[in-house]
Design a binder for this molecule. Sequence first.
Ligand SMILES: C[S@@+](CC[C@H](N)C(=O)[O-])C[C@H]1O[C@@H](n2cnc3c(N)ncnc32)[C@H](O)[C@@H]1O
Length: 309
Amino acid sequence: MVNSFHIPVLTKEILSYLNIEKGGVYIDCTLGGGGHSKAILENIYPYSLVVGIDQDIEAIETAKEELKRYIDKVRLVKGNFKNLEGILSDLKIKTVSGIVFDLGVSFHQLKEKERGFSFKEDSHLDMRMDLTQKFNADILINSYSEKDLTEIFEKYGEERFSRRIARLIVTERKKKAITTTKQLADLVVRSLPRTKKRRTWKIHPATRVFQAIRIEVNQELKALESGLSQAIRALKDNGRICVISYHSLEDRIVKHLFKETEKEGKEQKNYGLKIITKKPIRPSSEEVRDNPKARSAKLRVAEKIISVT
Ligand SMILES: C[S@@+](CC[C@H](N)C(=O)[O-])C[C@H]1O[C@@H](n2cnc3c(N)ncnc32)[C@H](O)[C@@H]1O
């Protein structure tokens, strides 16, 4: 079941870096199909708990099935990790031994046509991880100003042709609303300079624009900044945080926050972090061979240090 929903990435490494102890409570902030949670539960069951959080109800339902053997020691929460402190407080959990973030979208979200994340299939422009949210990619593309579109393509997609793409979107949507993934992907190609239109791309030219829209629709980077800070606060002394990111914007936030917290700790604040992975851990060539979607994964790990002054 989990294999068709999502193949967990860097699982062995996560288990080893988390320093799993039988009595410790662990939080999986990005439950997905439950792959990482299951690996942790196999090591701590029946001594303590895993809390699995996901904003996608389809992930919660899949994980419930996947983790049913351990269900008395699992708390599944449909929610956003940007509300981590509230979620833990509702569960009456004060501190935890380890926290995992495996960012981005699951294979299930990417491949389910009607979720509208992929331009490989033609479907409605949606891209919401949380299906109860109103704001989606269709609303974004048909309502943002040319300036705002340019800005998000630049900021979240690092797209060279942001301005040209935004201009064509605004021109075309006056004639007909842009509501499908194919319409949008075709527009991106049309907006490129003639020399870039030849079909010899290594990656499809719409890739960066789709990434940017997904990040904006789900407010991914803001949630990450807030979720990471709350996670560090929730860790007990010597507790560890493991974060897998899939693109440079996410990785930069993780790296920066770890460094800042480490520095603050050294300046005698009441807690800090020890960075365990000086360089991010990458999947082995065997893992990438078996699961090519793992190729861009980067794992960073840090340990909470509470000063005893
Ligand atoms: C890469 S998948 C995780 C896969 C999971 N580790 C596994 O082994 O199956 C990322 C998951 O995180 C969820 N997600 C992303 N951002 C989130 C957020 N801010 N709050 C809660 N869930 C989030 C997505 O809905 C998706 O299911």
